[in-house]
Every structure is written in structure tokens, then in C-alpha cells.
Design a protein around this ligand. Sequence first.
Ligand code: UD1
Ligand code: UDP
Length: 354
Amino acid sequence: MNVLSIVGARPQFVKAFPVSNALRPDHEEILVHTGQHYDAELSDVFFSELPIPEPDYNLGIGSGTHAEQTGTATMAIDETIRDHDPDAVVVYGDTNSTLAGALAAAKRDTTLVHIESGLRSGDRSMPEEINRILTDHAADLRCTPSRRADETLAAEGITDGVARTGDVMYDALLTVRERALAESTVLDRLGYADGEYVLATVHRAANTDDPTRLEAVATALGAAPLPVVFPAHPRTVDALKREGLYADLAAAVDLVDPVGYLDFVRLLDGAERVATDSGGVQKEAFYLETPCVTLRDRTEWVETVDAGWNVLVGADPAAIGAALEREFDPDPKAEPYGDGNAAAAIRSAIEEYC
Ligand code: UD1
Ligand code: UDP
């Protein structure tokens, strides 16, 4: 089989490496990086740290409006599909690179595979929600992480071409967790000990592009009951500076550059709480049993909330503060996203479909 895989943004490098490693012994894989993320700490660091092959192409699409990113990437991906004539095109998650890969592949004679299919937050104002819905409906084979995702697809009329494979981010985390504990020096570098800090990440458009929400989140993090380590996405740094919030926040919390995956997993493993609006971090917190305070009104990872490991607090400073202090009473047996062998299941599903 000849598979063309599309990545472009930070979480996709994490999701793709277990699948690349499962495919490559028996199949040919061309790895295409759209270039949506291009700063070293959002891109290169993952390729240097993780067992992921270097991309065969970097399409260099960079930043821009949603239409610019999606349009430019669609055209460039289409050329790579034309040149390689793959049996399958694999896209991950819900970014503009995902949608571009889906649009290009759906109109070529190939099989479109969507990994992390069937996720919905129920919030169509999120650009990611539009990307998920369109990609799921264009796909031929949909690899889902959970029963709920299967049910969501069925409710939208999709029952064929669905394979429940589990969550490939769980594979990724299990692969690096021990390494992160052994090799990462991030706690020493930053001067923290396990259980003595809150980890924070913020980059969702609903928070960065709404000054009221951004200020509320910054205020709440600045008043957290423990020191806060905040590896800040460049989009968030820009927004904080634009709104005049950067200096006060930098004085109140440890604002650092985004860190590599090993350091991030180490920070998340040792954190007393994580406050985040990320999708992937909610799941990783769940796997590492770090209580998660989600700075959003809705989530596509509902099972983490149902299991008691995650609480949705939006951008309300009082709710954020209370959630950072409250006890969590989780269900220790919950395993809604499989057992960490999703990559092998994805390979089998693609082999069977193609
Ligand atoms: C994108 C995804 C989001 C995902 C996130 C992962 C979409 C619509 N959004 O959001 O779903 O959760 O990646 O981190 O696809 N920038 C840099 N350097 C970079 C990349 C971006 O400085 O290497 C800055 C630019 O100012 C850019 C802004 O960040 O305009 C936003 O980047 P973009 O890729 O559009 O979206 P993300 O917020 O990263
Ligand atoms: N991550 C990282 N360094 C950071 C912040 C996040 O390696 O400083 C990793 C994190 O462990 C997860 C992924 O990036 O695997 C999540 O990406 P992000 O939150 O940007 O995107 P989302 O999951 O919301 O789409």
C-alpha cells in the first residue's frame, strides 16, 4: 500500500508518529507537512524528539485567514496526491490542514482516511468543529476513538466506513511517558517540584480573539492558588500584548515559550492541575490522571468530563479559581478511548478498506 499522510500543526505530529511507525514496516508512506506551524518550538522540536520520520514535503503554507490557509494547502496537497497516486490519504484531527487534505483527497481517486473521526463539541462557532464535520462527511474510512464517536456519526447518517480504533494520542503518550520521566529536565530548569504548580495552555480562538475572555482567563491564572507554568502559543502572546495584558500576566505567572513534547508530558504528569483550552491536553491529562480545568464552554472529549477528570469552566474567573482548588472525584476505571493500541488498529483498518 502507498499511503500519503498529511500533518501541519503541533498536535498532528504527535498523532502521526505512532501511525507512521505502524505503517512503515509493510507499506510505503509519504509524509506531507503543510507548514501551517513553522516556528521551531511548534514544529521542528517534535521531529527531532519523537520517532517520526522527517516530512517528504513541506508545503510552506504558513499563517493566514482560514480561507487562505485552507485554499493554499488544498492546492498544494492536491499536487502531491496527483504525483504519488496514493492508495490512501490519511488526515488527522480538525485543523485547516486536515480539511485541506480532505478536500483534495475527496476529489481524487484515492481513499480518504480521517483519524479522530466522530468528535463534536456541538459548538459550530469553533473553526475546528466545521473542519471535523466536513472531513467526516468527505471521508471514506473514519477511525474513531470511542463508542460515543460512532454514535455521533450514526446520528449524522454515517454507519459505513467506520472503524473504532481507539485514540492514537494514547499510543503516543504511552510511548514517551517513561522517556519523559527519565530524560526531561524541565522541572529542574524551571525550578518546580511535582505537585507544586498548575500547568496552563491557551490558544483557542474563542479565548485569544475575545479581549473580555482573554482578560478573564489572564486574571484567573494570575490569581491561581499555586504557581502557574504557562508555555504560551505565539498567537496568545500576540493577543496578550495587543490587549495590554502581557506585562501583568508575566509578572504573575511563569510565561515561557512552548516546550517540546517530552517536556510537556513531564510538566503535565507532575502538575497538580492543568488549566487549558486545548483538545489534546484534556485527553493527555486524563491518561496521566492530572485533573483538568478546561477553559471552554464545551468539549468534544466529553468522556473525560463524565469520568470526573475534567471540568468545563469557560472563561469565568470565579469558576476557574474554584476548579483549581476543588477536589476531583474521578472514576478510576474509565477507559473510553481504547487501550493505547490504536495505531495497529488504524493500520489494519486501512489495509482492510484498501
Ligand atoms: C491551529 C489549529 C487549532 C489547533 C492548533 C494547535 C486551525 C483552524 N487551528 O491553531 O485547531 O488546536 O493549531 O496548536 O487549524 N503562529 C506563529 N508560529 C507558527 C504558527 C502560528 O507565530 O509556527 C501564529 C501566527 O500569528 C498565526 C497564529 O499563530 O496567525 C495562529 O496560527 P494558526 O495555525 O492559524 O492557528 P493556531 O492557533 O495555531
Ligand atoms: N504540547 C507540547 N508543548 C506545549 C503545548 C502542547 O508539546 O507547549 C503538545 C501537547 O502535549 C499535545 C499537543 O501539543 O500533544 C496539543 O496541541 P495543542 O494544544 O496546540 O492543540 P489541540 O490539541 O488543541 O488541537
